[in-house]
Design a protein around this ligand. Sequence first.
Ligand code: SF4
Length: 427
Amino acid sequence: MQSVHILSLGCPKNTTSSFRLEKALSELNIKIVDDPVKAQAIIVNTCGFIDSAKEESINCLFEVSALKQDNPELKVIAIGCLVERYKDILSKDLPEVDIFLNYDNMNEMPKVLGVKGELNLGLQAAGKGASSYLEISEGCSHGCSYCAIPAIKGPFSSRAKREVLDEATYLVANGCKEIVIVGQDTGSYGSEIDSETNLAKLLYDIGDKTDVRWMRLLYLQPQHATKELIATIRDSEKICPYLDIPFQHASPGIMRAMKRWGEGRRYLEMIEELRAAIPEISLRTSIMVGFPGETDEDILYLSSFLQSAALDYVGVFEFSAEDGTPAASLADQISSETKRERAGQIRALIDDVSKKRHERFIGEDLEVLVEFCDQDLAFGRSRHQAPEIDGEVVFEQGNVKPGEIVEVKIKSYEDYDFKGKLVKCLT
Ligand code: SF4
């Protein structure tokens, strides 16, 4: 039997595609192994979104290929966004990698691995542990001037509602307590299907038709925070009071150049509306500094916006000129040094703001999904913390098990993590 190790880089959408691939390969009688040293083939699901992700993917391919020194029969297979963008260049420059498969060639995978049968990537695949990502759409049609995703993934398309609901049911039946809704542009869900299908109704239906305990929504573009969606989140006990809304900047001139909807003033109104409807809501955003032409005044505007917005989590990225995007050929590119300085300046500001936001939970009892336990301690997340990107809640474990939902009294906060004391088990 062939044994394969899969390495997934990049965003949660890559994680879900790796889980599907894992399931599809298992159906072909291929053994999935956790230890790369024990594998006959290693598949690297790469990310090619920005420079740092490309670098990470290429380094990973080099590291994995180095295992051939001890295992000359090892096959290294690269798939994913980086391959989609640069297959021809990579094939020439990385001869240590045996094969590069882009999305259209994935059906060649069984042959590459020397097994018979067809690869069925439409299978439902539960994530590992009690939390799973559920992908509701592919691609994006927004055309932000700096973004390569529409070119890599194609235009926006929603997954059929029946398929999404079936997958949610499957996940819950396989022990999933938290479904994390992902897609490049979740808020557009249903927009190309009909006027009756939208994200708010989909969330309602997942909550209504499954026994899932928590649902969490990521990647909501600001223009899609509709009244209907806000009311659905407010009225559902299952949907976590948490939203990830990528603003990217706030200064009106930069927003226009980015070809994105809205600007700081409009975003502040939206945040006010969200907090009025759902007072306990936690908000995450991503901010990009160093877009071509960005001035010190733009950074001042952005800083003032972030002070006023007082968001819970802010991911700060430096602009990266991506091949084929309009922003890559704009004049007034910002030097790496200035980008780094500006990112540091914004990070210092948000660490302070975020600390104050998090301290509101000290003394509160929060629901926590337990993810890992060692001999003494349990580690989990509250409804205000998304997997992988936000912090965790740590407490003395008292016989709880991963996958349980418990109540924890929050005692202290440091560097995005909480320490607490177990109050009671809820499951
Ligand atoms: S909405 Fe997101 S994925 Fe779509 S083009 Fe803009 S940045 Fe890219």
